[in-house]
Design a binder for this molecule. Sequence first.
Ligand SMILES: Cc1cc2nc3c(=O)[nH]c(=O)nc-3n(C[C@H](O)[C@H](O)[C@H](O)COP(=O)(O)OP(=O)(O)OC[C@H]3O[C@@H](n4cnc5c(N)ncnc54)[C@H](O)[C@@H]3O)c2cc1C
Length: 394
Amino acid sequence: MVKNAQLSFTDTQIAFSSKSDSELMKTYALFASMDYPSLVKVGTFLISGAFKINLPIKPLVKHTLFTQFCGGESIKDCQNTIEKLGEYKIGTILDYSVEGAHNDKSFNETEKEIILTIQKAATSKHVPFSVFKVTGIAPVPLLEKVQAGEALSEKEQETWDKAQERVDHLCRSAYEHGVRIFIDAEETWIQKVIDDLAMDMMRKYNKEEAIVYNTYQMYLHAKLEQLKGDLEVAKTEGFKLGVKLVRGAYMEKEAKRAAEMGYQNPIQPSKEACDNDYNAALKLIVENHNHFALCAGTHNEKSSMYLAELMSKMGISESNKDFYFAQLYGMSDHISYNLSNSGYNVAKYVPYGPVKEVMPYLFRRAEENTSIAGQSSREFMLVKQEMKRRKESK
Ligand SMILES: Cc1cc2nc3c(=O)[nH]c(=O)nc-3n(C[C@H](O)[C@H](O)[C@H](O)COP(=O)(O)OP(=O)(O)OC[C@H]3O[C@@H](n4cnc5c(N)ncnc54)[C@H](O)[C@@H]3O)c2cc1C
């Protein structure tokens, strides 16, 4: 049992309390259209094509998919979203989601943009974290080479030095502003480099409190052991281990590469094994909470409830600043709003960027919300349930 006995994720009234009837209707229409896998496939194809030949498709996307899943095109644009979530005590994590060119110019721009998000977090009580991806500031082929231990050319060494400087610059800036910063997790063939960088940053900036958080993907069968090992390092060296705990987003890609290259798939043998390790990691963290700061990045109701129960068992207050829950903007509001209503710390990843550039992100969200084997997405069913409840209560 959780201390806060009224915590439940079934209350759609709380889940959609920020939405007016007309906003809810708009959400309903969007999820209804995403319910059809073939429509999403054709829509994705047509929208991509329309952007390529400069057809005026932006207004349509902006008023539908973009509004549902993104905060705006710039930090300033996200202000409304930040305030609206803030009214319900839900924090915003500004996620610069441009998935474009990978060159020095774009890396510089991304670095500058992340610094702006850190500055925004430092001045807004509703922005509790910043976030970045190492691949937003460093080339993937180079990270692969470093991880594989291959010799670097002089030019590559220069780029690698610059990449490390960028990571340090972002974490130092976060430290100086007193803002916590997540380093997102990516594919296994570059993740060891990211992990090493993250541990170095934690050694440097997490001595007094957790500023830097690395991301642990529990769909990897080796991750729980790594987390235990990192805990020992943190204990011995005297720093806090910042952990964003997720299941992992690149399952198909990982399996495909492993099969193609003939090595063992690093992904757990089953969803159940992944869930077990996710929950075991939560337990490890709560039981050693003096050494950790945690953000549970999940849309899984059972894991979210389990964390609330573990916190209650260990006497950790719901509002303890070292314990956060996080979901993506536009999804799983039944978890976010019900948790925050019960006093837990909650934040939403709020992606932002020019419409055209965030399209890959939006297509992934659309695909995720199609029906599977004729079963509508959980999001769509919750919206329908709330529409019904409002109708009956009138
Ligand atoms: C705030 C936030 C931040 C995130 N940051 C990152 C990040 O930095 N890096 C990253 O990779 N992902 C990130 N994610 C995505 C995350 O990893 C998951 O893909 C997503 O949240 C779905 O998992 P879930 O815990 O919500 O729940 P569920 O819906 O219960 O789980 C689905 C997940 O389970 C795993 N899974 C499914 N089937 C199997 C199987 N057969 N075997 C093994 N595992 C299986 C997969 O990871 C799948 O995504 C983030 C998510 C959130 C909400």
